[in-house]
Design a protein around this ligand. Structure first.
Ligand SMILES: *Cc1c(COP(=O)(O)O)cnc(C)c1O
Length: 389
């Protein structure tokens, strides 16, 4: 058997989960219990997640993508509607609208933070706009005050794709409480993991019930509720999916959530060290920070200015890869993917800031178990690449 720690020493991924003995024990406890899925642990995870972000409800689902699909369906997004989505995001943010037959309308980002620009959202609102989706790019909260004001005026719900930002705050309020519905992912590179998994947090009890039905085929009760009531019968009142998250996964989620504040602090410390060490390397610049918020640092994104650095972003990416450092690029503007070009006829020039930013952005490794010497290794590699080594 190869020793997995060797691989960890040799190559530095851009993100990585943290699994400790208490996580393993929590999963094993569920394996020995009566319920593997849709039992008491799902409800407990939902309560703890809601408490963490300060909302009344949360609904656990099978992925972040399922969370977005479920949230948009709950607010009534339907065929022919428009959903405003930031251009610089993971494809799933926009795909969720397409699942429902709606058209994603791409909003541009602010050049300094790469967060969605409220002015661009405002310019794209039409009578057909059914929802506004925000993204807390890299883990920094979107400017929710401005977006919520805009959305209230138009009477359109804000759906937060908060998949990058569990553990961040905006004006002292936790991310997860700033949108009408707030979507999370628990994929291993995200801030906590359930292997695959997701959730929606909300204060809206009506929408929470709709989402509970949607994740379970549109049934009005789940298996455990029927067992508790000693009944077999249930009614399918709408069309839903199997988007359930299991007890097994929720046990892992509960164990992970307890450690999240420490992990966020570690991410913030590593990001601060990067910023300090990169300050005197021309042509490598971290993204700007908004005031009045705290950053969850899902990703540490820098811009490579090819003129000042002397190498292009792709050359830096390759140079790092040759040194065992696996950087990444988040993201190609979604509408430039072939599917969107073919299905929606989207074209270059739609969101100039996102397109310009895309040429230079690079995600450097950042995860809680990294050490300062890993940061030194990345910074050292960047210096070498710059000097042509
Ligand atoms: C990870 C992610 C998703 C999708 O989450 P999955 O759990 O992988 O389905 C959606 N949006 C953003 C911004 C993400 O980072």
């Amino acid at each position: 058997m190869p020793d997995p720690t060797i691989e960890l020493l040799d190559t530095l991924p851009y993100g990585r989960q943290t699994i400790e003995e208490d996580d393993i024990a929590a999963v094993c406890d569920v394996l020995r219990s009566q319920w593997l899925t849709t039992g008491p642990t799902v409800a407990r995870f939902e309560q703890e997640l809601a408490a963490f972000v300060g909302t009344r409800q949360s609904v656990a689902v099978s992925s972040g993508t399922a969370a977005l699909h479920t949230a948009l369906a709950a607010v009534g997004v339907d065929a022919g509607d428009e959903v405003i989505v930031p251009a610089l995001t993971f494809a799933a943010t926009a795909n969720a609208a397409v699942y429902l037959g709606a058209r994603p309308v791409f909003a541009d980002v602010s050049a300094d933070t790469l967060l969605v620009d409220p002015a661009s959202i405002a310019a794209r609102i039409t009578r057909r706009t059914k929802a506004i989706v925000t993204v807390d790019y890299a883990g920094q909260p979107a400017p929710y005050d401005e977006i919520n004001t805009l959305a209230e005026r138009q009477q359109v719900p804000v759906i937060a794709d908060a998949c990058h930002a569990l553990g961040a705050t905006d004006h002292g309020e936790p991310v997860g409480s700033r949108g009408e519905l707030n979507c999370f992912s628990f994929h291993p590179v995200k801030s906590i993991t359930t292997a695959e998994g997701g959730a929606i947090t909300t204060n809206n009890g009506y929408l929470a019930e709709r989402m509970r039905a949607f994740r379970n085929h549109g049934f009005d009760t789940d298996h455990r509720q029927r067992a508790q009531r000693g009944r077999w019968n249930y009614a399918m009142t709408s069309l839903g999916f199997n988007y359930r998250l299991s007890d097994l996964q929720c046990a892992l989620g509960i164990a992970q959530l307890r450690k999240l504040p420490t992990w966020i602090e570690q991410r913030q410390n590593l990001a601060a060290r990067y910023a300090e060490r990169l300050a005197d390397i021309p042509g490598v610049t971290p993204l700007a920070l908004r005031g009045e918020c705290t950053h969850a640092y899902h990703l540490f994104v820098v811009r490579i200015d090819a003129g000042a650095f002397g190498r292009t972003r792709d050359e830096v990416f390759s140079g790092l890869a040759q040194r065992g450092i696996r950087a990444n690029v988040h993201y190609l503007p979604v509408y430039l993917h072939p599917f969107y070009e073919q299905q929606f006829g989207s074209q270059r020039g739609t969101c100039p800031q996102a397109e310009a930013a895309f040429e230079g952005i690079l995600t450097l490794p950042l995860f809680p178990r990294m050490r300062f010497f890993d940061v030194e290794r990345v910074v050292g590699a960047l210096r070498e690449i710059r000097s042509g080594g």
